[in-house]
Design a binder for this molecule. Sequence first.
Ligand code: HEC
Length: 83
Amino acid sequence: MEAFLFTVVFDDSKFDRVQAGTAIFTDSEERGRRIFFGQNQGGPGGGPVGGPSCVRCHGDPNFDNNQHFNIGLDDVGSITDLG
Ligand code: HEC
């Protein structure tokens, strides 16, 4: 399983291509990028003060922080796995 997971590599998304300089975002995508990276918060270009900053928890390059969080689901032990 681990060996398989190491083969699952996504490195050709549009975001990856923009980072590599081989593509550019549309205006809409660029607005989303600025929100995601918290660059829209009361800046000269407008945008809501105190808007979201997703990158706080979803950092580059995998938009993860490699930590585990309790997101409110039941413990595995309390689920009857019928599969
Ligand atoms: C305070 C930390 C935090 C912030 C800020 C945050 N997230 Fe998350 N996000 C999480 C956690 C924790 C999860 C659950 C991770 C999991 O289920 O593996 C999650 C899950 C997600 C998922 C589902 C990922 C998956 O693999 O199913 C998406 C999509 C997402 N967040 C998008 C966003 C966006 C867009 C923003 C900004 C508007 C944002 N997040 C801001 C902590 C955060």
